[in-house]
Ligand binder design. Structure first.
Ligand SMILES: N[C@@H](CCC(=O)N[C@@H](CS)C(=O)NCC(=O)O)C(=O)O
Length: 208
């Protein structure tokens, strides 16, 4: 199994999962700054020109949620529930909510503070973040209310939904995300940091 990655939040979800499960995989770091996502070879695997991409025999997958589900099924892990289908639907709900709402809500902070710093793209744009605040607060309220009395997003245990929803939000302090009024989100993120593979998801050769 090969996993193509760059030092960014979507591939990080997959790297954390394989480390957490102890799954063997060949990890191939792409040099995004040198155009590695835009080569004809990589475009043939992932026409979106994004990371991560998984190659497992004849199977080629993009989208981190699908990749994580595939890895769990192969490893026999219930981080993607396959026995309790009500749990599976619950995880799917939050994975969908993540891509449909949460990524757009916290993404501006992640991009302005973390992506720009990682890839040497200049300082954060305060105007962009000012405009994004209302949307972020709207969805943070939804997540914070959902997490009242819970340590995990779905199924009362760790699932791939936690890794997906937390992959940008974990940078909330450094990225100055407006979470001060959302103690359940902050508590949930702090709890995930206790998981060794989440705390350090990167392979040894991550220099960023
Ligand atoms: N929904 C996709 C998102 C993939 C994505 O946007 N990847 C980013 C890194 S977080 C990327 O490859 N960015 C490089 C670029 O846009 O040039 C997933 O979950 O896999």
């Amino acid at each position: 199994m090969k996993i193509y990655w760059i030092p960014a939040q979507a591939p990080m979800r997959v790297l954390a999962l394989i480390k957490h499960l102890g799954v063997e995989a060949e990890l191939i770091r792409i040099d995004a700054e040198a155009g590695g996502l835009h080569t004809p070879e990589y475009k043939a695997l992932n026409p979106n020109r994004k990371a991560p991409t998984l190659v497992d025999g004849d199977l080629v997958l993009f989208e981190s949620a699908a990749i994580m589900a595939h890895i769990c099924i192969k490893a026999g892990s219930d981080l993607w529930p396959t026995e309790n289908l009500a749990e599976q639907v619950e995880v799917l709900r939050w994975l969908s909510w993540n891509e449909g709402h949460w990524v757009g809500a916290v993404g501006p902070w992640y991009i302005e503070h973390i992506v720009k710093k990682t890839f040497n793209m200049g300082p954060p744009d305060a105007e962009v973040l000012k405009k994004a605040e209302k949307n972020c607060v709207k969805y943070a309220k939804v997540l914070d209310a959902h997490l009242e009395g819970k340590d995990f997003v779905a199924a009362n245990r760790l699932t791939i939904a936690d890794f997906s929803l937390a992959s940008m939000a974990r940078y909330w302090r450094e990225a100055e995300m407006p979470f001060a009024d959302f103690p359940n989100i902050i508590r949930w993120l702090a709890g995930l940091e206790q998981i060794p593979a989440w705390k350090n998801p990167w392979p040894e050769d991550k220099a960023a």
